[in-house]
Design a protein around this ligand. Sequence first.
Ligand SMILES: [Zn+2]
Length: 134
Amino acid sequence: MNSEKAPALFPSILKMKCPNCRKGNMYTNKSIFPLGSMLHMPEKCPECGQIMELEPGFYYGTGYVSYGLTVALLATVFVAYWVLMGLSYLDNSIFIALSVAVGICLALQPWIMRISRVLYLYMFVRYGKGHKEK
Ligand SMILES: [Zn+2]
């Protein structure tokens, strides 16, 4: 068996590395810019040959992941605003807090879309047990 220690799971997800080897990049571009190609992925992992799109339309399911992440982020920002700035019905603070939360979610949407695909592929591919040739 492979005695090499696996790179840690969470840093690999955050760095958007291939789930099979945790070394190759899952995206062609390192950052979300240019936005037009932020979701471009290589067909296969440059390091280990892991197929990035397991079947046609594989990434349609990521809509649920990004929805979940967006809701969680909205709730987190809203609660953080509540704790830090305070909320009251007597003024517009609830609307301001909501606007701030929605604004942050919109601003992070490109990143959420990318990390959703990463999380989705990690659900199907275990370290060292990837899907290579069909
Ligand atoms: Zn790989």
